[in-house]
Design a protein around this ligand. Sequence first.
Ligand SMILES: NC(=O)c1ccc[n+]([C@@H]2O[C@H](COP(=O)([O-])OP(=O)(O)OC[C@H]3O[C@@H](n4cnc5c(N)ncnc54)[C@H](O)[C@@H]3O)[C@@H](O)[C@H]2O)c1
Length: 262
Amino acid sequence: MTGWLQGRRALVVGAGSGIGRAVVDAFLSEGASVAILEKDEAKCQAVRDALPNVPVTCGDATTREANEAAVAATVDAFGGLDLLVNCVGIFDYYRGLSELDSEVLDEAFDEIFAVNVKSQLHSVKAALPALREADNASILLTESTSAYYPGRGGVLYVGSKFAVRGIVTSLAYELAPDIRVNGVAPGGTLNTDLRGLSSLGLHDRSLGSTPGREKELQARVPLAVALDGSDHAWSYVFLASDRSRGITGDVVHPDGGIAVKR
Ligand SMILES: NC(=O)c1ccc[n+]([C@@H]2O[C@H](COP(=O)([O-])OP(=O)(O)OC[C@H]3O[C@@H](n4cnc5c(N)ncnc54)[C@H](O)[C@@H]3O)[C@@H](O)[C@H]2O)c1
């Protein structure tokens, strides 16, 4: 343990698997106290079993009520809240607009923007009163390479991630100097459970189970690495820590070097 987050109190939203779950482990190993909000009952129970000292709120992060309950549980357990991380997400399996039936467009748009975008706003809104009470508070939202480039998601996913990027910029502007707001933009990731949209009949598909994913990820990026949540988690630790105290409205890109791809 190096203690980069010693004594800090964190809420991680969407922490039942993948990147969020890895952020929980990294934050704990760096000395933070961590609470979570997660929708999936089985994942909530798995976290309770593995980490009995982590307060778990089981609820839907697209709602005001669940986020307020999770913030209240965090403050109740730890006496305050310094760090908010949102890692929820769903995926559209690369569907282009021409492949989306007109009849499902409304529902698919509402579903992906509720989970990928609105949840981030509800998490921040619910956490703001507690974060304003804290010293050096920090918010971390999860973007993606899809917040910068086309092709690694469909039009709805890319659109939703560009929106998260905009929210990071806008909130960093709004909340300075009291609260820093930054993004992490992971590249394609191993060992996650990123689900498809229910409205497109894709909920049972999990991106992490795609056959050959490790080789495909390695082939995709200049550094030839296939990263998992534990790789990305250190970007969250850095941006949450006071080592990054001069950084807001910015983004770390743990993506194997997509920006320098030939
Ligand atoms: N997997 C990738 O390749 C990849 C790449 C770049 C960015 N991302 C982004 O990283 C983030 C985490 O994704 P992941 O790959 O770890 O997926 P994941 O599904 O393993 O993790 C997301 C967690 O959020 C939970 N969740 C989903 N909807 C929720 C809701 N409404 N309320 C509360 N919890 C909810 C899920 O149950 C899950 O535990 C997402 O924002 C995703 O878009 C993923």
